[in-house]
Design a protein around this ligand. Structure first.
Ligand code: TWS
Ligand code: ZN
Length: 629
């Protein structure tokens, strides 16, 4: 087995910088390379490495990932004046060009490929390339986030071509999501991409939905994209180690990579102004050490971000020192991952469960989500319930306008949708099983939710309305079965197969709702076989909290337990009880059995007679059976 560590660096890559005032870009400075290189010298690590010269990446190599049109754009910046450079830079997000950028970007690609060649040829076992510009954000036709050519993505394509590799692992420990790498290999099962990143529920740059844990890859590449989104800042050594132990390493050992490429950004380290994380330089030694146990030790680390010069250079040294097989430093801090980290880890594991044996017999995903008006009440819900933020306003508008152009214009209506859409979306995408949403206008939000369901491709939705909520629905096609449980006799409406009114008056003395649920609602619901259920609780409800909980409890046998409960009037006791039931706690105690009132019994009898032709599970006598069929 090869030994030795390559170090690839050329000070020509410090020859470009930001030429104008732009606070968004002024952190990406030549000193990042200089200080890292100086620190390697100071620790006498440099002299222990094999020095490999850089070269330019060729156009053919760059075009393994990028389009020729984009290559021409970058090439054209060589001869531009400042004004032209500013204009081109402005076409991209968080990017600046300098006349030397093109040359350096080619050197960064070439340095990365030199490293791959050194490792693959057996000249060395592993190594690091200190390069600028970084690469992981850049895309087929776009520069992005200081990145011009995608050094690591090009290296993976190159290694596949040149060395016939079938499995490459890319570990992106930079604090930003390398969406550029994700896009290149999304459908490619031969490249496993792992990234953790500051995400904060999509509030952190690059603000992408596809940075979340449920982006698992596409087509043949499903299962080969691992995103660990950090929803809080301040993640430290134990959080990073936990993500390695419980997500990356089990999957990586099952994947059996032939080569590891590390998108080695150190803005995930302590002190970095971008990352705001807490991992100490020693942590990178441990991360490196774990990865060295895979792929026969064939590991290529390629610099990405890192803006706190001291933290950056110390962490670079820790990485190189470990590659050189020095003993590992002690890792500091209490060894306990924080709750937010564990939550992210659990979510990635659940999302990847279908694709990896090591995750298969594991953690159930979060079952219940709640979106409530008063966030201060969140602590009153069972701890297993995931409390959602309201949906991002822009995302909501986009979603709503696609289905209902009029609705978007009404601020109040739109607001009432926020919670409902956020939870429904989670249920439809199977991120959670069921959920509760408070909504100020249950009629508007339920009507919209139903539209959204059918747009998503559902066939049958059972909608049970308790209280006064007017839904404007077309109920002829059987895609919705609407059951209205109300107090007042609705004289003008007669029951039809898909629109049923159940007049029910709860008796304060006796809990007798069993009679309605067992004798009517469940048999009809089971006959219908819905693929989602929506329970809407409006004003003037004729059912108490216990009755609503019982209903919710027993309906969980249908639609794979997919239930959305929409509650109009903020009522924490009700939310609490329903949340308990949805998360699996048995129905509340009803006290001693009491038979239903005469009035209620007659109502159920009337409905059964009326509808048993249509809903055959209502039959419970031979007479029903013979005369009904
Ligand atoms: C780093 C892109 C703030 C928050 C998020 C400087 C202002 C600023 C610039 C763009 C940026 C930064 C990377 C990529 C990177 C921000 C800023 C993004 N950007 N990628 O304080 O390192 O790996
Ligand atoms: Zn970064």
């Amino acid at each position: 087995m090869a030994s030795g560590t390559a170090l690839i660096y050329d000070d020509e890559m410090t020859s470009y910088k930001l030429l104008w005032d732009n606070p968004e870009c002024d952190i990406e400075v030549p000193e990042r390379l200089l200080s890292s290189y100086e620190q390697l010298k100071r620790y006498h690590l440099l002299e222990r490495c094999v020095h490999v010269p850089v070269r330019e990446g060729t156009e053919e190599e760059i075009m393994l990932v990028h389009s020729s049109e984009y290559l021409e754009v970058v090439k054209s910046t060589q001869t531009m004046n400042e004004e032209e450079l500013r204009r081109v830079s402005g076409n991209y997000d968080a990017v600046y060009f300098h006349p030397n950028t093109y040359r350096c970007a080619k050197l960064a690609v070439g340095a990365t490929l030199q490293l791959v060649d050194s490792v693959m040829s057996g000249k060395v076992c592993n190594g690091m390339a200190l390069v600028r510009p970084p690469g992981h954000h850049s895309q087929r036709t776009a520069a992005n986030g200081f990145c011009v050519f995608n050094n690591v993505a090009i290296a993976a394509q190159y290694a596949k071509r040149r060395y016939g590799l079938q499995r490459i692992l890319i570990v992106d420990w930079d604090v930003h999501h390398g969406q550029g790498i994700q896009y290149v290999f999304e459908e490619d099962p031969s490249v496993l991409y792992y990234s953790w990143h500051r995400y904060e529920r999509q509030q952190f740059w690059p603000l992408l939905r596809e940075s979340d844990y449920d982006a698992v890859g596409q087509g043949k590449g499903k299962g080969f994209n691992l995103n660990v989104p950090w929803n809080k800042v301040g993640m430290g050594n134990s959080d990073y180690l936990a993500a390695f132990f419980h997500v990356l390493l089990p999957v990586a050992f099952e994947f059996v990579p032939e080569l590891i490429l590390v998108s080695s950004g150190y803005d995930s380290g302590i002190g970095d102004p971008e990352g705001q994380m807490n991992a100490t330089p020693e942590c990178f030694a441990h991360l490196t050490h774990f990865l060295m146990q895979l792929a026969n030790g064939r590991l290529c680390a390629v610099l990405e971000g890192g803006y706190h010069l001291k933290s950056l250079s110390e962490s670079v040294c820790m990485t190189v020192k470990t590659l050189l097989r020095d003993p590992l430093p002690q890792i500091s801090g209490e060894m306990a991952p924080c709750l937010s980290a564990v939550e992210s880890i659990q979510n990635v594991r659940a999302a990847h469960k279908p694709y990896w044996k090591c995750l298969m017999y594991e953690v159930p995903p979060v079952k219940t989500a709640a979106a409530i008006v008063s966030k201060a009440d969140a602590h009153l819900l069972p701890i297993s319930v995931q409390v959602e933020m309201e949906m991002n306003a822009q995302e909501l508008k986009t979603l709503v306008s696609a289905l209902d152009a009029e609705l978007v214009k009404e601020e109040r209506a739109l607001l009432s949708l926020q919670n409902v859409v956020a939870i429904l979306d989670k249920i439809l995408k199977k991120k959670v099983c069921n959920g509760i949403a408070e909504s100020s206008l249950a009629s508007v939000s339920t009507t919209f939710a139903l539209k959204h369901c059918f747009d998503f491709g559902l066939q049958r939705v059972l909608c049970i309305v308790v209280g006064d909520v007017d839904l404007e629905l077309d109920l002829d096609d059987g895609k919705i079965l609407l059951m209205n449980i109300c107090q007042k006799q609705q004289t003008e409406k007669t029951n039809s197969k898909y629109h049923i009114s159940l007049n029910w008056r709860e008796d304060a003395e006796r809990n007798n709702f069993f009679c309605a649920v067992l004798g009517f609602i469940l048999p009809v619901a089971y006959s219908y076989q819905p693929d989602l259920m929506i329970i809407v609780i409006g004003p003037n409800r004729s059912l108490g909290i216990n009755g609503i909980s019982l209903l919710t409890c027993l309906l969980q046998g249908l639609a794979e337990s997919r239930i959305l409960v929409v509650i109009q009037d903020t009522e924490i006791k009700l939310v609490q009880s329903v949340a308990k039931t949805l998360s699996g706690v048995p129905a509340p105690d009803f006290g001693a059995y009491a038979p239903a009132s005469q009035e209620n019994v007659l109502e159920i009898k009337r409905l059964r007679n009326q509808l048993q032709q249509e809903w055959k599970m209502l039959r419970c006598s031979v007479r029903d059976w013979i005369f009904g069929s």
